[in-house]
Each structure stands twice: as structure tokens, then as C-alpha cells.
Design a protein. Structure first.
Length: 359
């Protein structure tokens, strides 16, 4: 059975199981903001029309300046991309032929992109048994001979975050070893107590930060992300990017998104409350969850690990679309990744799981 590579594709997975996709189906495989986009996005939509009639600014000047102001960086430290995916492939191109280490389980595009450009990708795999945390001594050994380290923080698919002290140790370790560190902060905005490593960029020029505006602002169709790093590094990566990569509408939408500090805070707070209630109910129903700090988590029934294909099929029949974990290294289909959605939608999930009863 060949599953879709990513979530947010309910048509593909229901077709795979030869099941109908009804209007009442809820997609728990997608990890964008479950709440409505901020109202200014729709109110200002007509203002974006003129951006479609001219070539976009090839340097995304206005958006770059906005990010520089928000993050206290120089404009030259910022590269805008057509979604985080384009930036991952630009990084993979830049690191062509390198030995790369990924802390797994993690977003599969790191490995896919790096292998596309001839790099050899190694896995440092964490597990539920160690609460999804990384042993630093083992990591140091695994980094021997590597050129690049990919860290997803908060991690996708577990939702687990790392401490400030942990990152300081890793950054010092990798600086000594001559390893470039790419930290993917695509879900940073969803953390109740956001912690970003951007503040370390001046101290550790070998660190690169990847951000996405898709997830928090519920704009997956716009495709918008940005890369932060030293000016020299960003300049070199920019040379690999096609001209006019980021369209004019996306640039204007990005500026508007970054002004919505209240929307970000409200979303993070509501997600935290919904997650707490949801996890308490799941525990009572006999399910384990990863200690997520964001808007998604791993789930499996308590007891011995087992293939959750029957649960996937059951949930699909109930109008619930989960994210399979067959292509996450170390998970092997023994978990589902599920989104934290609205309270009403989470109740639909709980009702379905309660009626499953370990079939």
C-alpha cells in the first residue's frame, strides 16, 4: 500500500482505502492553524490584485525589511522563499554531496532534498522510550565526519521542543566540529512559550534558521517562508534561487501576516488550552500522546506497539483523516500524527476513538 508522502491530502488517502470523502470529513492530517485566518487578510484581498499585473520585486524588499525589524537582523541575513520547501531544496543544493545528519523522526523533505543533490543522509533516531529527547554525548559521536545537521524545532511529527541550554550545547559542539546546523522553526509560532534560536545567529554564524508563514496564518496556498543566517551564507544560497521565485501577492500577504501579533498570541493560547483538554481525554480513553508543545502530536494505544493500519481505516470510515507515520524514520506506522483542531472537531475525534475500542 503506497501512502501519500505528506498530510493535507484527504482525497489521496480516502481513495487509497476506496472510501468516499464526505463534506463532513475532518482533516486531522493537516497541521495548519485550525482557526479562521485573521480578518484583515480577506478585507485587504482586493488590494493585492494589482500585484498580479506586474513582475514581483525580485528582492522582496518590503517583506525582508519587515522581518529584519521583527527579528532584529540585517536585511542581508534574510532570504524569502516560495514556501519552506523551496528553501530546503536550496539548502540541499548548496550542501550538494555532503554527509548530512537528521534528528529523526522528522520532516521527510530534508532527506529527500539532500539525497536529490547527491548527499548521503544519516539518521540520529530518538524514541518514545527516551521521551523523544536527544542524548548529547551520542549526538556528538554521530556528528563525527558530518557536514550538516538538520533539527526540526518544535519537532514534526512529535511536537517536542528542546531547551535553550540544549541548543547552546549543540551550537558550541557543532562549531567545534565544523558542522552547519539548520534549525527548522516552521511551528515556532504555535508554542505557548515561544523559544527561537534566531538570537544565536550573531554568536554562531554556522547556524541557519528556517521559518514558514504557511502554518500559523493558514495560508498553505500562498507558499511563503524565509531563511535566516549570516550575510555571507545567505548571499551564497541566494545565487541558487530562480529569479522572481516569490510572487507579489505572497510578498504583500507576508507583510500583513507579520503585523498580526495578537492573532499569533491568541492562537497559541487557544491551542494550548485545547491540547491540554484533548490530552487528558485521550489518556482516559487509553491512548498515549507525545509531549507536544504545538498544534499536533503523535498518538498510539497504550500497551504494546503495533501497526495502526486498522485504526487508520476505522477513522477514515468515521470521517476523520489521520496522518500515517510509515515514512517517518523510527515510527514504522505504530503511531498516528494528529492535529489539535477546534474544540468541536476534537470532540468528533474523541467520539471516534472511544467507539473504536482497540478493534
Amino acid at each position: 500500500m503506497e501512502f501519500p508522502e505528506h498530510g493535507a491530502n484527504p482525497q489521496a488517502i480516502t481513495k487509497l482505502f476506496q472510501l468516499p470523502l464526505s463534506e463532513n470529513t475532518i482533516d486531522f492530517s493537516v497541521n495548519v492553524n485550525p482557526y479562521q485566518p485573521f480578518r484583515q487578510l480577506k478585507e485587504n484581498w482586493n488590494d493585492f490584485y494589482k500585484e498580479m499585473l506586474v513582475y514581483p520585486d525580485p528582492h522582496s524588499t518590503e517583506l525582508v525589511q519587515k522581518i529584519a525589524d521583527c527579528e532584529n537582523l540585517n536585511n542581508g541575513q534574510i532570504l524569502i522563499g516560495n514556501g519552506a520547501s523551496e528553501l530546503i531544496y536550496l539548502l540541499a543544493h548548496y550542501f550538494s554531496g555532503s554527509d548530512v545528519l537528521v534528528i529523526d523522526p522528522a520532516f521527510s523533505e530534508y532527506r529527500k532534498a539532500c539525497e536529490t543533490f547527491g548527499s548521503k543522509v544519516y539518521s540520529f533516531t530518538v524514541s518514545e522510550e527516551t521521551d523523544w529527547q536527544v542524548d548529547l554525548l551520542e549526538l556528538e559521536r554521530a556528528l563525527s565526519g558530518k557536514s550538516v545537521l538538520f533539527i526540526c524545532h518544535p519537532n514534526n511529527p512529535t511536537g517536542v521542543s528542546y531547551s535553550r541550554e540544549w541548543f547552546e550545547t549543540v551550537f558550541q559542539m557543532t562549531e567545534d566540529l565544523g558542522v552547519v546546523v539548520v534549525v527548522d522553526e516552521a511551528f515556532y509560532h504555535f508554542m505557548g512559550k515561544p523559544f527561537s534560536v534566531v538570537s544565536y545567529l550573531r554568536r554562531f554564524p554556522h547556524v541557519v534558521v528556517l521559518r514558514s508563514l504557511t502554518k500559523m496564518f493558514h495560508i498553505p496556498g500562498i507558499r511563503l517562508g524565509f531563511l535566516l543566517g549570516s550575510e555571507s551564507f545567505i548571499k551564497e544560497v541566494r545565487q541558487l534561487q530562480p529569479s522572481w521565485s516569490v510572487n507579489g501577492v505572497a510578498q504583500k500577504v507576508g507583510v500583513l501576516c507579520l503585523e498580526q501579533t495578537g492573532y499569533i498570541a491568541d492562537t497559541a493560547r487557544n491551542i494550548a488550552l485545547d491540547r491540554y483538554d484533548l490530552f487528558s481525554s485521550l489518556d482516559r480513553l487509553g491512548f498515549l500522546t507525545s509531549p507536544s508543545a504545538v498544534n499536533f502530536y503523535l498518538l498510539r494505544p497504550k500497551g504494546e506497539k503495533r501497526d495502526l493500519l486498522p485504526l487508520i481505516r476505522y477513522l477514515l470510515k468515521k470521517g476523520i483523516v489521520p496522518r500515517h507515520t510509515y515514512n517517518f524514520i523510527g515510527l514504522d506506522g505504530n503511531y498516528l500524527r494528529l492535529a489539535v483542531r477546534t474544540s468541536r472537531e476534537n470532540e468528533r475525534l474523541l467520539e471516534a476513538l472511544e467507539s473504536w475500542g482497540g478493534q
